[in-house]
Design a protein around this ligand. Structure first.
Ligand code: GAR
Length: 186
C-alpha cells in the first residue's frame, strides 16, 4: 500500500504514521511522499529527517481545483494508493475526492459528527461535553465528513484546560490513525 500524506503544519500525526509504517506496525505499506500546502510547515523537516520525500505545493492564489490538480499529479506520479490527511487544513475539491475514490482518509480531533471545522477541541471544551475524542474517517466532498473508520473517546476532566484536553486527544489521535491504517492494510 503506497501512502501519501498531506500536511499543513506540525505533522505529529504524519510522524506517527511514518514511524508505524517503518517499524512494520502497519504491514505491507510504504510512505512514498509527504506533501504540504505550506512551505513553512514544521512537519516537512520531520519527514525529511525520516528519509521521506517531501513536496511543497502552495496555493499561490490559484483556484482550489487548480491547486488540487497539482497535488493529484504529484500523488499519481508516485502511484499513491492511499491518501492520508494529517492536519491538512484545506477542503478537497470534488475532483480530488473523485481521483481517489474511497482512498482518502482524515483524522479530526472530535467525535464526528460533533464539532467539525476549526478548533474542534475548543468547541467541545466550550460545549462542556463530558466526553470528546477523535475520529478517523473516509473523506468526501464535505468538511470533516464521510464514513467513520474508528473513533477513540477522551474524557473531559474537571480541571482540564483546552490545552490539556487537546494534548490528551492528540495522544489518542496518533494511536487511532495507526490502528485505522492497520485495518486498511489488512
Ligand atoms: C490534529 O489535531 C488533527 O486532528 C487536526 O489538526 C491537528 C494537526 O496536528 N485536524 C483537523 O482539525 C482537521 N479538520 P498535527 O499536524 O500535529 O498532526
Amino acid at each position: 500500500m503506497k501512502i501519501g500524506i498531506l500536511i499543513s503544519g506540525r505533522g505529529s500525526n504524519m510522524v506517527a504514521i511514518v514511524d508505524a509504517v517503518r517499524s512494520g506496525d502497519v504491514p505491507s505499506s510504504e510512505v512514498v511522499v509527504v506533501i504540504s500546502d505550506k512551505a513553512d510547515a514544521a512537519g516537512l523537516a520531520k519527514a525529511r529527517e525520516r528519509g521521506v520525500e517531501t513536496v511543497v505545493v502552495e496555493r499561490n492564489g490559484r483556484k482550489r481545483a487548480e491547486h488540487d490538480a497539482e497535488i493529484i499529479s504529484e500523488l499519481k506520479k508516485r502511484d499513491v494508493e492511499l491518501v492520508c490527511l494529517a492536519g491538512y487544513m484545506r477542503l478537497l475539491s470534488p475532483d480530488f475526492v473523485q481521483a481517489f475514490p474511497n482512498k482518502i482518509i482524515n483524522i479530526h480531533p472530535s467525535l464526528l459528527p460533533a464539532f467539525p471545522g476549526l478548533n474542534a477541541q475548543k468547541q467541545a471544551f466550550d460545549a462542556r461535553v463530558k466526553v470528546t475524542g477523535c475520529t478517523v474517517h473516509y473523506v468526501d466532498e464535505l468538511l470533516d465528513h464521510g464514513p467513520v473508520i474508528l473513533q477513540r473517546e477522551v474524557p473531559r476532566l474537571p480541571d482540564d484546560t483546552v490545552e490539556s484536553l487537546s494534548a490528551r486527544i492528540l495522544e489518542q489521535e496518533h494511536g487511532a490513525y495507526v490502528d485505522a491504517l492497520r485495518i486498511l492494510a489488512r
